[in-house]
Design a binder for this molecule. Structure first.
Ligand code: FAD
Length: 385
């Protein structure tokens, strides 16, 4: 009979909460520590791909996902200057994802996904607390101290714990891109000029030189989430709460699809954050075998394949599976080594795919871009149905 462990998870982001759900389901005793007092998710949309959906279903969260999420039919990719449709490929149209992968593709507001995971973790017995400092020792607001068999560092891209694991201060690297993010209301989106974009069918991506824009509905179709990727102007700390200059954005997008310009013109205020990733870490597991990395703390990546949170959720599911085979605390290290060796190649392959898409999406006007566009047009699935 596997032993039940005392586990501390540092970070109540999507990855940390997912780990809490997975581990509580196996009756481990879990405490989640969060540095931020205003617990919750900043940012707006998350694309929940079928690998992500599958795990949420396994944890009994399929219904909650279906209730809060939007089911897109198609992804459409458009040319930057005139919005010409380059390609459309099926997501849930013709049951594509269900038939190919067994699960559907959802779009969800981050705060909804965060709430769903938090509620489930608490329902299963996880204790969630705010900590004022987690470095060499955990200091809680109420002054208590904690001991555990295992600490999971799910403290995000600016992880302080990964330096204890790696023994080095490996800061994330700027990718050269920054993301503006904004929400438009359903009322704003009623503008007749936008009707020809058929945005309710699913995510729309405008591809242009050095930049691309992704938009899709969240919150039961009440809000339109826009993520606008532009070259990063200056190296700045990764910060999710910087206000972006919307006027700069309007100037940058002059000459793009007039419908997109109209949407950008409607944005009242926008957050901007610089995008970072990192070279592969040699290890995710502390030599003592009691501290392990999960989510962005282990593998920050560009969001260009929509797999950052999906990878964190896969980490959580995989870690819980590996711990199922821990017959006793002293064999914990073996299970964690298996987790690390299973997850590293997959997570870093997603990071590499994001880097490839950065080049592919942002090709300058010219022969390479023309080649890409004609490849996209010849793959247009909507013309085949
Ligand atoms: P985080 O969400 O960063 O959570 C870390 C938590 O740890 C935070 O709550 C933080 O406050 C806390 N913390 C930090 N330090 C401490 C400490 N010392 N003590 C206690 N707590 C601490 N992924 C997808 O799968 N699909 C998408 O469509 C998608 N879209 C994206 C779009 C954009 C523009 C971006 C930037 C990312 C996108 N991602 C997407 C990626 C996804 O957002 C991240 O990969 C995911 O949120 C990482 O979760 P995490 O829990 O590892 O880290």
């Amino acid at each position: 009979m596997p032993e039940k462990l005392d586990i501390i998870i540092v970070g109540a982001g999507l990855g940390g909460l997912a780990a809490a759900v997975a581990l509580c389901q196996d009756n481990h005793r879990v405490t989640v520590l969060e540095a931020s007092q205003a617990m919750g998710e900043i940012g707006a949309g998350i694309q929940v791909t079928p690998n992500f959906t599958r795990i949420l279903h396994r944890w009994g969260l399929g219904e909650a996902l279906a209730k809060a999420g939007v089911l897109p039919e198609w992804v459409t990719q458009r040319r930057w200057e005139n919005g010409k449709c380059l390609t459309r490929f099926a997501l849930n149209a013709n049951d594509r994802m269900e038939q190919e992968f067994g699960y559907q593709y959802y779009l969800i507001h981050r705060k909804d996904l965060h709430r769903i995971l938090l509620e489930k973790a608490v329902e299963l017995g996880a204790v969630v607390k705010t900590a004022i400092s987690v470095q060499q020792r955990v200091i809680l607001r109420d002054g208590a101290s904690l001991a555990a068999h295992l600490i999971i560092a799910a403290d995000g891209i600016k992880s302080v714990l990964n330096r204890f694991v790696t023994g080095a201060d490996l800061k994330p690297q700027p990718t050269g891109d920054a993301a503006y993010r904004a929400l438009l209301t359903r009322e704003q989106m009623q503008d007749p000029e936008l009707a020809s974009l058929r945005l309710e069918q699913g995510p729309t991506v405008w591809l242009g030189p050095k930049s691309h824009v992704v938009g899709y509905y969240v919150d039961g179709g009440r809000l339109y989430n826009m993520v606008i990727l532009v070259p990063q102007e200056e190296a700045d700390e990764e910060n999710w709460k910087l206000q972006g200059d919307v006027n700069k954005l309007r100037i940058f997008f002059k000459g793009w699809d007039t419908r997109l310009q109209k949407m950008i013109g409607m944005i009242g205020s926008s957050y901007i954050w610089n995008l970072y990733d990192r070279e592969a870490l040699d290890r995710w597991l502390h030599p003592l075998g009691n501290l392990v990395l999960l989510g962005d703390a282990a593998h920050p990546m560009l969001p260009y394949v929509a797999q950052g949170a999906a990878s964190a959720i896969e980490d959580a599911a995989s870690l819980a599976e590996c711990l199922k085979s821990v017959p006793a605390v002293h064999s914990l290290r073996i299970s964690l080594t298996v987790y690390e060796s299973l997850r590293k190649p997959r997570a870093y392959s997603m990071r590499d795919a994001g880097r490839k898409n950065q080049v592919y999406f942002h090709l300058p006007d010219g022969p390479e871009q023309e080649k890409r566009d004609s490849e996209l047009e010849s793959g247009d699935e909507s013309k085949k149905t």
